[in-house]
Design a protein around this ligand. Sequence first.
Ligand SMILES: [Zn+2]
Ligand SMILES: [Zn+2]
Length: 245
Amino acid sequence: MFLRPLLDLFFPPLCHVCRAYLPPGGAEHGLPRPFICHDCLAKIEFLEAPLCTTCGIPFATEGGASHTCGACLQHPPFHTCRSAAALDGPVRELIHRFKYRDRPHLSEPLGLLAFPRLEIFLKDFAPECVVPVPLHRKRLRQRGYNQSQLIGEVLARTLGAPQQVGNLCRWRWTEPQTGLDAGDRVTNVRGAFGVRDPERLAGKRVLLVDDVLTTGSTMRACVDALREAKVAAVAAVTVARGLQP
Ligand SMILES: [Zn+2]
Ligand SMILES: [Zn+2]
């Protein structure tokens, strides 16, 4: 792109978080830039090893090798999961604006921020299709877009895998999970999801995408629906993960 340097000169890009001017520059990690300044980047807690190789929960200890956590050993889940960053600081702020302040374009910085941190996991898994966690049509009307689908678009484009929208569905209206405890969250979303056309997913390696992981109950309910559709494997990724204190 010859235009970009010229555009940067007249309209210097701003940091999506703090609106500071950014120095001109090209791609990072071979990807378009997420347009987040150094100071804001430094405040982001990216989730790194050691973590559970199955569910991706980071271990509190410094150093050491990643391994399977006790909970995953006891009840091995069907899917593996990773999140790029802790739901805190600039990431929390961006996601809040993205979801609740009508800023769909923030899927770009969030997706581009997450991708390099999930890249090894994603390439190891080698998904054949990307499936976003669906919204109920009532919520979709309220918000105007499905934030997980927009993040999924960035990941699908970067991975070169197609995104399948509208097949995994949220049949049943559920109360927002915010404010519910872990047990209520599981009951709230149980059986809320289903697959319209299982044949389009059967035997496939599916990458399930959501913006935030809290207790994982929404993710598990989606994975149950995908399993019923006889997918070969599911890996789930989110931009952020709420870490319980
Ligand atoms: Zn900034
Ligand atoms: Zn685990």
